[in-house]
Design a protein around this ligand. Structure first.
Ligand code: SAH
Ligand code: SF4
Ligand code: F3S
Length: 443
């Protein structure tokens, strides 16, 4: 039998790229590839890229430059660019970096095996179409079902129709599309049969999910979650990322009455100023967001909230920024991501007057100081509480395991290795900067 060829994939960006990289690796399995952790061993290197901020996109070119030596030593090495930079910049990538053999967008990577064959024949391959066929069906794993870790991502929805004025995602991922529920359920069952206990449903706007249900009707995300909760062996369900305008009543209700749905919600708001929210084309206000949070907390009082913020959006004044700080104070987030506004070519906000970098820096620091303080307080409040922890891997200390709590905190616990992949009851005993410590509760 021929030696398997080796594929090195580096993933940037969001969880959907992580999921996509897994699918691409499986698809290339059909062409005789196995994955490797070292680019030096690889017959093919694939960068699965992110275009969300300028820094993320530029990283791709500096990374590609580093493969020059490898390619010189090994002329058969194929180098590919996948993901959102591939979609946004297409041929430009090959022009800027001639060592690239292959460019494939997020909607066409099920064609990767044919594209790889083309590069073996000495040609370049580029595909950034939005094809009609269902890539997920084409990507079904052909190999034997390998055992895997206890947590998995599962894409149920892709694309975005919201067109926030700063954001490239509607252009790189295309219009909102939902996968039919029976396919999602089948993939979930398959994951569970391979050892998965927790599934995070993914979508750029996951709560805009409207897929064809098993009964032929349209199902929203709440209905999908309720059906998934019936899958034996699946213990935890999460979903991300949500948009405030798509938080339907039944989904809020599910947080109160579906025990497998974990008490954690990532609900980006971006700004606390209505003036800026309007300019961002977010179509919600600070107040409508706060009222929504109240309703979610009514359904599930201990839910941990997380969010995304952009500071320094064009025309953001000191008062606008203060409004963001006030909103954060009112919500009390357990965990957040915050970014300096980054000008993205082709988006409406790129045309407007930009703020100086120093203003963005100063605002980001102030916002992050507040968010870090909230995170530390909320972590400290967990001390003494009893939570479920799904153990994922060994910790750094002997005898220690690390897992995620129901609220998605990393928790370090002295526990027998047999508990790997299992959920233990744990009492939280301490809080460090980005994790908690706990002790196993007997029985
Ligand atoms: N669909 C999700 C977010 C996808 S992008 C949502 O609507 O919430 C993830 C985060 O990146 C966004 O929430 C936003 O905070 C940030 N982001 C997007 N475009 C950006 C830009 N041009 N500059 C800085 N941050 C940006
Ligand atoms: Fe981007 Fe807005 Fe769509 Fe989120 S909702 S992906 S921020 S355009
Ligand atoms: Fe980045 Fe594309 Fe995800 S731009 S954040 S990889 S959808």
């Amino acid at each position: 039998m021929a030696e398997p060829k080796k594929l090195f994939i580096k993933t940037y960006g969001c969880q959907m790229n992580v999921y996509d990289s897994e699918r691409m690796a499986e698809a290339m399995g059909g062409s005789g590839y196995v994955t490797t952790d070292s680019p030096e061993d690889a017959d093919m290197i694939l960068l699965n890229t992110c275009h969300i901020r300028e820094k993320a996109a530029e990283k791709v070119y500096s990374e590609l430059g580093r493969f020059k030596g490898l390619k010189a030593e090994k002329p058969d090495l194929k180098i590919g660019v996948a993901g959102c930079v591939a979609q946004a910049e297409g041929e430009e990538i090959m022009r800027r970096q001639p060592l690239v053999d292959l460019v494939v967008g997020p909607q066409s990577y099920h064609r990767l095996p044919q594209m790889e064959a083309k590069t073996r024949a000495g040609e370049k391959a580029l595909d950034t179409d939005f094809p009609e066929e269902d890539k997920f069906e084409k990507l079904k794993s052909r190999g034997p079902a390998a055992k895997r870790g206890p947590t998995a991502f599962l894409t149920v929805q892709e694309g975005c129709d919201k067109f926030c004025a700063f954001c490239v995602v509607p252009y790189t991922r295309g219009a909102e599309v939902s996968r039919p529920a029976d396919r999602v359920l089948a993939e979930a069952r398959e994951l569970v049969s391979r050892g998965v206990r927790e599934i995070t449903l993914l979508g750029q706007n996951v709560n805009a999910y409207h897929g064809e249900g098993a009964d032929g009707r349209d199902w929203g995300l709440a209905r999908l979650i309720r059906e998934l909760a019936e899958v034996d062996g699946l213990d935890r369900i999460r979903y991300t990322t949500s948009h405030p305008n798509d938080m339907e009543d039944d989904l809020i209700k599910a947080h109160g009455d579906c025990p497998k749905l974990m008490p954690y919600l990532h609900l980006p708001v971006q700004s606390g100023s209505d003036r800026i929210l309007k300019r961002m084309n977010r179509s919600h206000t600070a107040d409508s967001y706060l009222r929504l949070i109240d309703r979610i907390r009514e359904a599930r009082p201990d839910i941990l909230l997380s969010g995304d913020f952009i500071v320094g959006f064009p025309e953001e004044t000191d008062d606008d920024f203060e409004a963001t700080l006030r909103l954060v104070e009112q919500v009390r987030y357990g965990q957040c991501y915050s970014f300096k506004y980054s000008t993205r070519p082709g988006t409406p906000a790129a045309e407007r007057a930009q703020l100086p970098e120093s203003v963005k820096d100063e605002r980001l620091q102030r916002l992050q100081a507040l968010l870090n303080q909230q995170q530390a307080e909320i972590q400290a409040e967990m001390v003494g509480r009893e939570v479920g922890v799904l153990f994922e891997k060994k910790g750094r200390l002997p005898g220690q395991l690390v897992g995620k709590s129901d609220h998605l905190h990393a928790v370090h616990v002295i526990a027998p290795e047999a508990l790997l992949g299992q959920i233990g009851r744990v009492r939280i005993t301490g809080s460090a900067s980005h994790s908690l410590a706990g002790e196993l509760i007997a029985g």
